[in-house]
Design a protein around this ligand. Structure first.
Ligand SMILES: [Mg+2]
Length: 333
């Protein structure tokens, strides 16, 4: 990678940092007719596929703490977008990046691109365009993928009687944040795992692909399980009962020893997990169990879709709790 510094701060945009680093990320994909270097990219969309498009911006001090390591930021900025493609059952293909930087800091940019590039390589995604601007640190990513026409997973579609599932172990990322902010303590090994779950979420792409045709609805958990499940329930015009005792816990979270109320809050209201929450008929239970085994990923049945609207929680003692619309303050005690 050439290490040419622009003459002045004003040059950051014209200079095209993105252009300088493109070889690191511009993978040769046969469906990229024209990548970075012209006014726009030309992408080949296969016949009978739909283009799936999503975009997300991360702003310093709002979506990530100032001082977040650049490499982790690069990873996460891409991960949150790939997670949205995963939730649609899409195969990720291309990505565009808009970087707003307070100053030209090639060390930052290199570290950022290392994180971004590592995840892009893992999923075979090509960077096909981008832009750099000077301003308060912010990262905008647009991710593009494809699905066979008509087969995308959606938030709508949950049916009465469907099983409700979640992947992985929700609450880990929120525990990582609580550890960083000193609201929770954990042994060093558990801390490393939980902070990594916050900073390097794994978009569940393979799971999204496997759920096409098996799940009736799907969403990725970015704002917390209760809130995101709420979107699915409202979209489907249905309700659900969630079994708190069934919520899968990681060993790392257990090692942090949150009390019952704190754990429930982390697992239901903690954001940033980027797991998938989905519904499926009982007839899909066996195929879903096979998917879990193949992907070596926990897929846990945590409840049932019901006609009665709203989300109801059942504790280990069988006691039912109605979750307020305002959500997790309920557990804040
Ligand atoms: Mg989403």
């Amino acid at each position: 990678m050439p290490q040419i510094e622009p003459k002045s701060r004003r040059d950051i945009s014209e200079f095209g940092l993105i252009d300088r680093i493109r070889h690191r990320l511009q993978r040769s994909r046969r469906d990229v007719a024209l990548g970075i270097g012209d006014d726009a990219a030309l992408l080949r969309i296969p016949l009978r596929r739909e283009l799936v498009a999503t975009t997300d911006t991360l702003v310093a001090g709002v979506h990530f703490p100032r001082g977040t390591e650049a490499e982790a930021l690069g990873w996460k900025a891409l991960a949150v977008n790939l997670s949205d493609l995963a939730a649609m059952g899409a195969e990720p293909r291309w990505v565009l990046l808009a970087l707003t930087l307070p100053k030209v800091d090639m060390r930052f940019v290199r570290a950022f691109m290392r994180g971004f590039g590592a995840l892009a390589a893992r999923h075979g995604v090509a960077l096909v365009g981008g832009d750099t601007t000077r301003g308060p640190l912010a990262v905008g990513v647009t991710a593009l993928g494809v699905v066979p026409a008509g087969s995308a997973l959606r938030r709508t579609g949950a049916r009465v009687g469907d099983d409700l599932y979640v992947s992985g172990t929700p609450g880990d990322a929120a525990a990582g944040l609580a550890l960083i902010e000193g609201r929770l303590r954990a042994p060093a090994r558990a801390r490393r795992i939980l902070v990594a779950r916050l900073e390097r979420p794994q978009p569940r792409i393979a799971l999204g692909l496997a759920l096409r045709g098996a799940a009736t609805s799907c969403i990725d958990v970015s704002d917390g399980l209760a809130a995101d499940l709420g979107h699915v329930l409202r979209a489907g015009g249905v309700g659900a009962t969630l079994d708190l005792a069934a919520l899968p816990r990681s060993e790392a979270l257990a090692l942090a020893q949150p009390d019952e109320a704190q754990r429930t809050k982390l697992q239901l209201a903690g954001g940033d997990d980027y797991e998938l929450c989905f519904t499926a008929p009982a007839s899909s239970a066996a195929p879903i169990a096979r998917v879990a085994k193949r992907l070596k990923l926990r897929l846990t049945r945590i409840g049932t879709i019901e006609r009665r609207r709203g989300l109801r929680l059942v504790g280990a003692d069988g006691a039912s709790v109605r979750l307020a619309r305002t959500g997790y303050e309920h557990f804040a005690r």
